[in-house]
Every structure is written in C-alpha cells, then in structure tokens.
Design a protein around this ligand. Structure first.
Ligand SMILES: [Zn+2]
Length: 492
C-alpha cells in the first residue's frame, strides 16, 4: 500500500433486515417482491387509531445477534418515535430506539485483509431495532410518470448495527462488513441479500492529517445506502481522496462545517451531496406512548444463547486446530456459509481426510455450485457418497484424476454408488506388476526422455505419464512417475 498523507477514519452503520415472516408491529407479510401496496394494513400505514403490537420473534433475533457480537444487554429496552416527514413514511415518524437500545456496546473480530492469519477488532456502539420505511419509485416510466410509493416494506424489522470509527482502510471496512454478513447468516437472523436490500450500509468517513505540528480532522461525511461490498470499498476510497482535495483547497476542519450526507453514484463512481445531516435533536425523539418498555428476562437470554450455534470465528479455529487446515483454507470453507461447513463436517464424519476434503470442496464442489447456480442444499452428490470416493482415493484404490471422472459422472447420475460409477467408467485398480511392465514399455519407446531424465531434466516424466494414461487410463500417475524414475536411475 502506498503511504497516504492522511489517516482514514471509518465507522459503519449497517441495517440488516431480520428474517421474520411478519412486520415489527403488525401481522403483514414481509415477503419480498409482491405487487406494490398489497402487504399493508392500518398499523403500518399509520392510520389514526391503529395500535402497534410488538413482534416477539424480532426481539429473539436481536438478542441472538447481540450475544454473538459480545454486546452488553440491559434488562430494559424501550421504543421511541423518530419524527421526520418523507413521502415513504406516511405516519410522519419511525418507531426506533433512542437511548435504551436492545443491544449495547460490543465488538466483532474479523480476519485482517492485509495480514493473513491476523485479526482486527471493531468496537460496536450499539444495535437497535427499528421499522423500515417504504420505497419511493421515481420516474419509472422514463421520466414521464409521477413519483410513486410502495409501502410493502414499511414496518419491516431492521436491526441497525452501529460501529465505532475503528476502521482505517476501505479494505478493512469491506472485511468487517463481510464478517458481519457471514455472522448474521450463520445466526439465521437475516438472509443479508444485498440486491433485495436486506443488508445496507452507511459509512461515516473522515481524515486525520498531520498539519503544522497538530492533528487535524476533516468534517465527517456520511455516505448513505451502500448496497454492495464493491460500493462500500469504492465509495470510501473516493471519499478519502475527495476530502483530502477539499481540505487542501479550503482548510476546513471538523466543527467548521456541519456533518454532511452524501449518496453514492455507482455508475459515475462519485459521491454526491444530499442534504445537511440532521442532528438527533432535529428528530425530536420521544418515547412511543403506544408501546411499553420491554423487560428482557434471564430466560430469554438463555434461550438466545442456546440458539447461537457455532459462530464463524469458532468454526475457523476448529478447522485449523482439530482438522489441521491452513488458516486460508479454513477461512474459504467457513466463508461459504453454514451449509458448506456442514457438508465439510459430514465428509469428515464419513471418514475422508480433512486436507483432501478441503481441496475437493474448494475446487470441484464450489466450482460446480457456481457453474450450475446451486446451493449446497441442492447439490446432487451427498456427503456420504463423496466421502466414499475420497476414502478410496486415500487408500490408493482410485487415482485422483479418475476420481474427478467419478465426480462428473455422479453429477448426472447421483443415484449410482461408487462401484456402479467405477464400472460405468471402466475404472479398475491396476496392480503394480502391470504398471511395471507398462513403464518398461514406455522407456523403450521413449529413449529421448530417458536421456533427458538422466541429464537431470525431470520434466520428461510428465510426458511419460501422459503416454501411460493413453495406454491404460487406470494407471496411477503417481506410481507411473515413481517407477519410471526409479527404472531410469537404475539404468545409470
Ligand atoms: Zn401492517
């Protein structure tokens, strides 16, 4: 990394949509993609006299998340009204949490993107529950239509996770968000689908510069609604450079200008000014008179703790220490999500060796999932079946490259067992004597390779393996190489 004349300071506010089937304060469905305004009722529309009823499931999911993020959880949490008026918020306020959020201070550790094997820690300020607003759809018909509003999303439960400004690079911010997303999916509290807006991030960015013997901070800018990892990274990098240029021009420091809100224009690759940021006093928060404060019981916390399951950080350590994987490989497996980790564990439980499982998952299984656009849950080859194959490879009964043929065969014929697949592909084990005579034949036919190898150039052995495979596709390439080399050496 080139050294910059400034230090970047980044905090993220992440909105995660919780996986509840109904909204935070009413029974309307939260399903994505329904026709506009078909999932609404007097409560989420804010009609006079409609009363909110709290969704217990959202509380459970928030508690589970807070525990996994090492947050302090107080015994009482309450609801507040955040007042502002936008067309997508017809009742004129959002039910949120102001001074007593459900989750207090915590932290999240994640792999340092610039130092493999090292961890970074971001402290969390809080995580609170709030309801989502609706969606404005501007100029959908090529600039001719009026603005329209879809209120299906109104009242959908969000958990807003606010970090301290602990990140020092766009890469670190992306890595933090990646880990947070992984954690939320492991916990089953959010599907974190960024295309559908289930995970959105706002980045607070400013710079610390050394100038004339003191540290100067530039005014903080909040970049809103970043809805992809790439957008987070690019927007922060752009904003850092923009603030540096602006500071050189104006010398403006924090406190001399109000906090600004900017949006990210992904196509143009720039941030654009939106509005001056409201101070929290502008929202005139007050406790929601329709909702009583909520008491969190020890039993609720115990239940939530019991539902955590194995967290990504713990799974990585387990794959490294118990299974002997390298940090990089453990991270690749764990980062694929709980489904792939479960598949890995099932292969190990069925007797395959961890290193072979790791390499087959990373190469063959993940490639196939990607090519066929499948989830691991729908993968045609069961873990038990693949384990049989890997055990056979480990035992030397099937060579690795023929194993790949079996794998391909199973993709189309998953009902075949290993013996059936082997016989369909003509895979037989070849005994050592047969391979020895095959090697003798090859050396006679390829005197130039023999001479090469005798000269110390071992590359020629590769061409012998190729020739051996042509004569007998079941010949174990490792054994061919080993025997040919030994015979040539014996020829002196
Ligand atoms: Zn409703």
């Amino acid at each position: 990394m080139t050294s910059m004349p400034y230090k970047l300071v980044i905090g993220l506010e992440v909105h995660a949509q919780l996986s509840t089937s109904t909204k935070l304060f009413c029974g309307c469905s939260t399903e994505f993609g329904a026709p506009p305004n078909t999932q609404v009722c007097p409560v989420c529309l804010g009609l006079p006299g409609a009363l909110p009823v709290m969704n217990q499931r959202a509380i459970e999911l928030a508690l589970r998340t807070g525990l996994a993020m090492n947050c302090q959880i107080d015994s009482v949490t309450k609801w507040d009204r955040k007042n502002y008026f936008y067309p997508d918020l017809p009742k004129g306020y959002q039910i949120s949490q102001f001074d007593q959020p459900i989750c207090g201070e915590g932290y999240l550790d994640f792999p340092d993107p610039e130092a493999p094997g090292e961890m970074l820690r971001v402290r969390l300020t809080r995580a609170h529950l709030e309801e989502d607003a609706g969606k404005s759809m501007h100029d959908e018909a090529g600039g001719k239509a009026d603005s329209r509003i879809d209120l299906n999303r109104t009242g959908t439960p969000l958990l807003e996770i606010v970090s301290e400004p602990d990140m020092r690079s766009a890469q670190a911010a992306k890595a933090y968000l990646t880990e947070l997303r992984l954690l939320l999916t492991y916990l089953g509290v959010s599907d974190c689908n960024m295309q559908e807006g289930s995970l959105r991030a706002d980045a607070n960015v400013n710079l610390h510069l050394e100038h004339e013997g003191r540290t100067v901070a530039t005014p903080i800018v909040e970049v809103k609604n970043l809805n992809s990892f790439r957008a987070v990274e690019r927007a922060i990098a752009y904003e850092a450079q923009r603030q540096f240029e602006a500071w050189k021009k104006t010398g403006q420091e924090m406190g001399q200008a109000p906090k600004q809100t900017r949006g990210w224009d992904d196509a143009a690759g720039v941030t654009v000014p939106q509005r001056e940021k409201e101070e929290s006093s502008d929202y005139r928060y007050f406790p929601d008179p329709d909702l009583v404060p909520l008491r969190i019981t020890q039993q609720q916390l115990d239940t939530a703790r019991g539902e955590l399951g194995e967290l990504p950080a713990v799974a990585r350590r387990r794959l490294e220490s118990s299974e002997g994987l390298k940090a990089y490989d453990a991270d690749v497996i764990v980062s694929q999500g709980r489904g792939v980790l479960g598949y890995f564990d099932a292969l190990i439980a069925a007797g395959a060796s961890a290193k072979r499982v790791s390499s087959w998952i990373q190469q063959d299984v993940l490639r196939t999932l990607k090519e066929q656009n499948l989830e691991i849950e729908d993968f045609p080859i069961t873990a038990e079946r693949l384990a049989q194959l890997l055990v056979a490879i480990d035992a030397g009964d099937v060579d690795n490259s023929r194993g790949k043929d079996v794998f391909q065969y199973w993709l189309d014929t998953p009902s075949a067992n290993l013996e059936q697949a082997k016989s369909a592909l003509g895979i037989e084990s070849v005994d050592r004597g047969e391979i020895e005579s095959l090697c003798r034949e090859l050396l006679e036919e390829n005197p130039q390779v023999v001479a090469q190898v005798q000269d110390g150039n071992l590359k020629g052995l590769g061409s012998l393996i190729g020739a051996a495979k042509k004569k007998n596709p079941n010949a174990d390439p490792k054994l061919v190489r080993q025997l040919c080399q030994a015979m040539i050496e014996a020829m002196g």
